[in-house]
Write a protein that binds this ligand. Structure first.
Ligand code: PLP
Length: 409
């Protein structure tokens, strides 16, 4: 048996639900990483909005190493110090008074959706079970979360599906007003639709959702799995929009690359999940919580938030210039270091081609749907790394712009 592994090994031994790039990264430092051949890349993707402190951050390594020498795992039959410290810190920094830990964004949302259902059932009766969510939303890949998500392609073939979920157009206050009634137990919304194309919710829409939840005794759930943990310029995006949810889900950047998710809520709402109603073997794992504690310490430093604002401006200005110069994509949108650049009419459906060309030039970016380029770099990315990533992207764009669309298609 060979001990070396290549991209071909993936096709031989892995379930084909992913289609990873041809290269295999082996090492990272800051906002750069290197593949098996020693080729270096600028990281504008941040592991899909995860590696908020870049790769191999010393504070994370130290926290992981220290905890690794103390205690790895006990399960929730015992609580542990890193989990308690992290939960206390999250409650100090947000509206929340209670925290449930899990291992991913989907699990945080699964917990939130189970919570709102149980809250409706136990407080108001079995009729209060409708979850309102929005087309193009993304909340994860468990069966419940793909169903609350608003993208049919993720539920097709998995029928029969859980019911009691109603999808509405995003940012449509009138549709929300018309749909709202006393059977609704929750409205679930991303402050910025991430996977759905980097579409920010309008302040009026979020305010209307809050008011309608109050009027109809429903809970407002913010999915901040992608927008959270400093990415938009505040710890959570809700802290900038003047609307406070009843339940907030977070993951991705919380662990900076170590798997952890959390559902945050108030003490009153948390009563709907009493002993034995929900759980996770690994949720609140000491290693994960120790790393997340170190991440939280770093991302709440004012200098890091200042870097988010400065680098976001640099990135957006650079993208704006590239967009104007070569015509492949238009004005960037988003908030903080969650930036989307919609492709131009001629490039509709072909964002992935631009991402592939960029990777070939040594810069990793993402798509958000077929028509939007997505940038979610580390929050501590340097000015030099942003400049270098933009220069590499320009080389890719130059090459693509030189090839007639018909040939490229
Ligand atoms: N919610 C949002 C808004 C997301 O962007 C994602 C992942 O992209 C998820 C939930 C699912 O998170 P995970 O992949 O960690 O389960």
């Amino acid at each position: 048996m060979s001990t070396s592994v290549t991209r071909q090994t993936f096709d031989e031994v892995m379930v084909p639900n992913y289609q990873p790039a041809d290269i295999i990264p082996v090492r990272g430092q800051g906002s750069r990483w290197w593949d098996q051949q020693g080729r270096e890349y600028v990281d504008f993707a941040g592991g899909i909005a995860v590696t908020v402190l870049g790769h191999a951050h010393p504070a994370m390594i130290e926290a992981l190493d220290a905890q690794a020498h103390k205690l790895w795992h006990l399960s929730n039959v015992m609580t542990n110090e890193p989990a308690l410290k992290l939960a206390r810190r999250l409650t100090e920094l947000t509206f929340a008074e209670r925290v449930f830990f899990c291992n991913s964004g989907a699990e945080a949302n699964e917990a939130a959706f189970k919570l709102v259902r149980r809250w409706g059932n136990t407080r108001y009766g079995a009729h209060k079970n409708t979850i309102i969510s929005f087309f193009n939303a993304f909340h994860g890949r468990t069966l419940f979360t793909v169903c609350v998500g608003g993208q049919a392609k993720y539920t097709q073939g998995f029928e029969p599906l859980p019911g009691g979920i109603r999808h509405l157009p995003y940012n449509d206050v009138a549709a929300l007003e018309a749909a709202m009634n006393d059977t609704v137990c929750a409205i679930v919304v991303e402050p910025i639709q991430g996977e759905g194309g980097l579409i920010p919710a309008s302040p009026e829409f979020l305010r209307a959702a809050r008011a309608l939840c109050d009027k109809h005794q429903a809970l407002l759930v913010f999915d901040e799995v992608q927008t959270g943990n400093g990415r938009t310029g505040s710890l959570y995006a809700y802290q900038q929009c003047g609307v406070t949810p009843d339940v907030l889900t977070t993951a991705k950047g919380l662990g900076g690359g170590f798997p952890i998710g959390a559902m945050l809520t108030t003490a009153d709402v948390a009563k709907a999940l009493p002993f034995g109603t929900h759980g996770s073997t690994y949720g609140g794992n000491p290693l994960a919580c120790a790393v997340a504690g170190a991440v939280l310490d770093e991302i709440t430093k004012p200098e890091l938030q200042r870097n988010v604002v400065a680098r976001a401006q640099q990135l957006r200005d650079g993208l704006d210039q590239l967009g104007r110069r070569y015509g492949l994509f238009g004005t960037p949108r988003g908030q903080g270091l969650l930036v989307g650049a919609p492709v131009s009419e001629a490039w509709k459906g072909r964002a992935k081609e631009i991402v592939n060309a960029a990777l070939a030039e040594g810069v990793w970016l993402l798509v958000a749907g077929p028509d939007v380029l997505r940038f979610a770099p580390a929050l501590n990315i340097t000015e030099a790394d942003v400049a270098e990533g933009l220069a590499r992207l320009e080389r890719a764009v130059q090459k693509l712009a030189a090839v007639p669309a018909a040939v490229n298609a």
